[in-house]
Design a protein around this ligand. Structure first.
Ligand code: KIV
Ligand code: ZN
Length: 568
């Protein structure tokens, strides 16, 4: 069935048995160059208009990019005009170098030099394709023919640069890409780059950027890393070049290729935000940078407001960021499984305890707050969330710290609701279930008035008096009772109207704040007349009244349960 695969020629990796890169660790960021406005833009169904490109450019500057490929000005009038606007309206900060791409062809190079007039710092990036396949089927030329194109292009670029520099003092640097590098014999790649170097005469002070594109990702990322290391070790005058990489994502491993490429000696990376670019895209610079960040390496780019960046990106490109996209996707800080939720909860408590200075939370490789994401949407509830999951949401999103004994009952209520809805529940929906089942429970006993006051010293110490009005059976009843604490006073008051069958087991309290207000929440555990546990919740500004409300709630819930009336 899969005999069709036989038509593909397997990639032939180069031989590099003494490769060094596998033992290298990335401990500093490369020079980042965004190619969003060129490679990314050329791959859009609707390329960006002027306004969108300007907005995108400004965002790239804000993120911290110092090298930005702004377009292909010789390719179209629109591209030309956008570049002119950036220059003429002074949108380019002095510490940012714009990069322009051009094929190594005379009329295109001349047009490009017209387009960059008036800019301060420019990288003129020229390229021609060098791969075996392109030589055979596109250019129908040998390697010497391809070298001639690059050398002629380099000569013209050098001449025009000398003229422009003399005229305006513009700072022009050069970049050359042997396009389709990864499909080119490695010795030929080195040869053509050295021929270009002979023309441009880079020095350690004025380096040439040699950019080695994985134009079409043809093999596993280790093969690309071998090519990069081999090139880095064999190119002449290594200290006069900046070795740049430009991985594409045809096999879905562009980020891996970028990381291994850096380990193999690359000092500069070209890529895009969210990996937009031709076909399957370019390497995703945001993910590469945040991967470094998660290893304790400052990438030099600021993604602390990732959702704003994403919104800008989606607006300008009309592309969508996938829900699972690392660091930026809607679901990447979400845990569905109960055991994950539990582990995250424990990790957060561990962090809050101050026992560590590092980020040590299971299942969350970075602190969502570092990319401007919030804890609130981290956990959403589905029927597999486990009994602790629902309680976790209440605690995380609303501050209710349900005692462990309540978890199974509340978890079952939430699971039922999930099953009924046939989908996951949002945090607000989990709260709604809690509210209906534990807070808004005022029947059959409705405590309408209540007051606690000191009742002086009794035999066992200070006495407390409860007085109030409770409505049941369509009538209001005045109740009163004294005890050595608010809870026993209230139980005694209930006895005065015949409510005698409930036993107090335990309670727990915590404070929740909404705005400037702080309220006490009391979780009450009673034993019902049939011996089953009865839980209730009370909220009040006064902690004692919160407990009293919790008791009446627990009794109401048990009574309703007896009649099969509990809401879900
Ligand atoms: O992918 C590629 O090879 C390119 C070059 C023009 C650098 O985009
Ligand atoms: Zn590209």
């Amino acid at each position: 069935m899969y005999q069709g695969c036989k038509k593909y020629i397997p990639f032939h990796p180069i031989s590099l048995p003494d490769r060094q890169w596998p033992d290298k660790v990335i401990d500093k960021p490369p020079i980042w160059c965004s190619v969003d406005l060129r490679d990314g833009n050329q791959a859009l169904v609707d390329p960006m208009n002027l306004e969108e490109k300007l907005l995108f450019f400004q965002t790239l500057v804000d993120i911290g990019f110092k090298e930005i490929e702004v377009g292909f000005p010789s390719a179209s009038e629109t591209e030309y005009e956008i570049l002119r606007t950036l220059i003429e309206k002074n949108f380019i900060p002095d510490d940012v170098t714009i990069q322009v791409l051009v094929q190594a062809r005379e009329h295109l190079i001349r047009k490009t030099f017209e387009a960059i007039r008036g800019a301060k710092n420019v990288i003129v990036h020229f390229y021609n394709s060098t791969s075996t396949l392109q030589r055979k089927v596109v250019f129908k030329t040998d390697m010497q023919g391809v070298i001639n194109i690059a050398v002629e292009g380099a000569k013209l670029i050098k001449k025009l640069t000398d003229e422009e520099t003399a005229k305006s003092g513009i700072n022009i640097r050069y970049e050359y890409s042997p396009e389709s590098f990864s499909g080119t014999e490695i010795e030929n790649s080195i040869l053509i780059c050295e021929k270009v170097m002979e023309v441009l005469e880079p020095t350690p002070e004025h380096k040439l950027i040699l950019n080695l594109p994985n134009t079409v990702e043809l093999a596993t990322p280790n093969c690309y890393a071998d090519q990069i290391e081999y090139f880095s070790r064999h190119i002449k005058n290594r200290d006069s070049i900046i070795l740049s990489i430009h991985p594409h994502n045809d096999r879905g491993t562009a980020i891996a290729a970028t990381e291994l490429g850096i380990m193999a000696g690359a000092e500069r990376v070209e890529g895009t935000l969210f990996g937009n670019g031709e076909r399957t895209g370019n390497a995703d610079i945001m993910v590469t940078a945040m991967n470094m960040y998660s290893q304790g390496v400052d990438p030099g780019l600021d993604f602390s407001h990732i959702s704003d960046i994403r919104r800008m990106y989606e607006k300008c490109t009309k592309m969508k960021v996938h829900e699972r996209h690392p660091y930026a996707g809607d679901l990447v800080f979400t845990a569905f499984s109960g055991s994950h939720q539990d582990a995250i909860s424990k990790g957060e408590k561990y962090m809050a305890s101050g026992a560590t200075q590092y980020w040590e939370v299971p299942y969350l490789p970075i602190d969502p707050a570092d990319v401007g994401r919030q804890y609130e949407p981290i956990i959403r509830i589905n029927s597999q969330s486990g009994k602790g999951g629902a309680a976790f949401v209440l605690e995380q999103s609303f501050g209710f710290e349900l005692p462990k004994a309540m978890h199974p009952e509340f978890g079952a209520l939430v699971k039922n609701a999930c099953d009924k809805a046939g989908r996951e529940l949002k945090a607000e929906e989990v709260y709604e279930i809690f509210r209906k089942n534990y807070i808004d429970v005022h029947a059959p006993y409705n405590l309408k008035k209540y007051r606690l006051h000191d009742a002086g010293e009794g035999e066992v110490g200070t006495q407390v008096r409860f007085e109030g009005v409770i409505r049941f059976g369509h009538e209001d009843h005045i109740i009163g009772g004294t005890g050595n604490g608010p809870i026993s006073a209230f139980f005694n008051a209930l006895r005065s109207v015949g409510i005698t069958d409930y036993q107090f087991v335990t309670y727990r309290e915590n404070a929740i704040s909404s705005g400037a207000d702080s309220q006490a929440v009391s979780y009450i555990h009673l034993t019902a007349p049939d011996g089953s546990p009865a839980f209730g919740v009370g909220i009040d500004n006064n902690i004692s009244l919160a407990s009293i409300k919790g008791i009446i709630c627990a009794i109401n819930r048990a009574e309703q349960k007896k009649k099969g009336e509990m809401p879900v």
